[in-house]
Design a protein around this ligand. Structure first.
Ligand code: ATP
Ligand code: MG
Length: 362
């Protein structure tokens, strides 16, 4: 069997450079590599509603924003099926059956869900849907028989949970219907969990610490100039710290040696720049200007492509609708197999009918 990709994003805002380095850029490369039989990209609106139930308009608006960001980054509907989660009802049905295979205490141990609950100040009033979203994510992944899930590091516990569900399902129902997926993390460490411009937590749509792929050049520059660096690096001559210095983390994520030839020829590579900063004598503004030049170059073509797609919104919705049709068909096939394995296929099962007839004969 060929390899299959499933991944996606919550439509809670436009996509940012954390998504780009953590998942999106790699996805486009995988899509174009020819190594995958199928690529499914899901806009996870149902998941977004688990913590935005009172704000459906936000989710509704951002389905299009995420689709535009996808196309702008080079996801190609001819090669990838791009679809919207809520339009595939089979996913809810699968979730319902998988819920019986997971304990409440297992869900409570999920470190990502734990920290997201804290972030959202849910305290005791956690929506059940939010608490259980790792199970719904297992449905998304398994419905498409995904072998490979390219995501950021925060998704690792979800993949582990999915694998547990797959193993339990296949064991209980004595089947090989479900496929155990593998996580595919970015190779560059700085991209695993890109911090926000405030340097505090991961860059996240819900935290307002993002540089968006669609930000205009002056906005990008302003965000970079206000970025968190080393609070003890006050004078240019002071030695500076690299660890926890967000500007350097972004350079780790984005900078290539060629960027020095182009924008900062006094240094050969990032190690030399870091060494100078640590010694003292290198100001934050110079480093930030360098980062700005690199990010502007990377984001300009994405922004321009987005503007092209924005001219024909009806086609973007059509593309999504067609994607949903393909995804629904695939998910329905898996659901059928799942119900067969669970033997809740009463009306397709001739053997069952004959058995019951015999049971009540005379
Ligand atoms: P929300 O705040 O609504 O949860 P988010 O910014 O965390 O939004 P998601 O839609 O939850 O974004 O995540 C989509 C994908 O992007 C996931 O694969 C996730 O791992 C990856 N991702 C999100 N933020 C980052 C980041 N800062 N660094 C690396 N990868 C990220
Ligand atoms: Mg998230």
């Amino acid at each position: 069997m060929g390899k299959i990709i499933l991944t996606g994003d919550r439509p809670t805002g436009r996509l940012h450079i954390g998504h780009y380095v953590g998942s999106l850029k790699g996805r486009v490369e995988l899509q174009n590599s020819g190594e995958f039989e199928k690529v499914f990209i899901m806009i996870a609106d149902a998941q977004a509603l688990t913590d935005n139930a009172d704000n459906p308009e936000k989710v509704r608006q951002n389905v299009l924003e995420v689709a535009l960001d996808y196309l702008a980054c080079g996801l190609d509907p001819k090669k990838s099926t791009i679809f919207v989660q809520s339009q595939i009802p089979q996913l809810c049905e699968l979730t319902c059956y998988y819920m019986n295979l997971v304990t409440v205490s297992r869900l409570q141990r999920n470190p990502t869900v734990k920290s997201e609950i804290q972030q959202r100040n849910f305290e005791a009033s956690i929506p059940v849907g939010f608490f259980a979203y790792p199970i719904s994510q297992a449905s998304d992944i398994t419905a498409f028989k995904a072998t490979t899930v390219p995501v950021g590091e925060d998704q690792e516990p979800m993949l582990e949970q999915t694998r547990e569900i797959v193993r339990r399902f296949n064991m209980i129902y004595n089947t090989d219907t479900l496929v155990e997926p593998e996580i595919l993390l970015p190779k560059n460490k700085a991209c695993l969990r890109l911090p926000g411009t405030d340097g505090k937590a991961k860059m996240s749509k819900s935290l307002g610490n993002c540089i968006y792929l669609s930000d205009e050049p002056d906005v990008i520059k302003q965000k970079i100039m206000n970025m968190y660096t080393d609070p003890n690096h006050i004078k240019v001559s002071d030695p500076g710290q690299i660890e926890g210095n967000t500007v350097f983390t972004y350079l780790d994520a984005f900078c290539k040696d060629e960027d020095f030839t182009k924008y900062l020829p006094d240094y050969a590579n990032l190690d030399e720049l870091k060494a100078h900063y640590q010694r003292g004598g290198l100001g934050d503004v110079k480093v930030k200007k360098f980062l700005n030049a690199i990010l502007q170059e990377e984001l300009e073509p994405i922004r321009n492509r987005r503007k092209e797609y924005q001219k024909d919104i009806a086609s973007v919705y059509k593309m999504l609708k067609d994607g949903c049709d393909v995804a629904r068909e695939t998910a329905a096939k898996t659901l059928h197999e799942v119900k067969d394995a669970m033997k809740i296929n009463y009306f397709d099962d001739v053997e069952l009918l004959n058995q019951q007839i015999n049971k009540y004969k005379d």
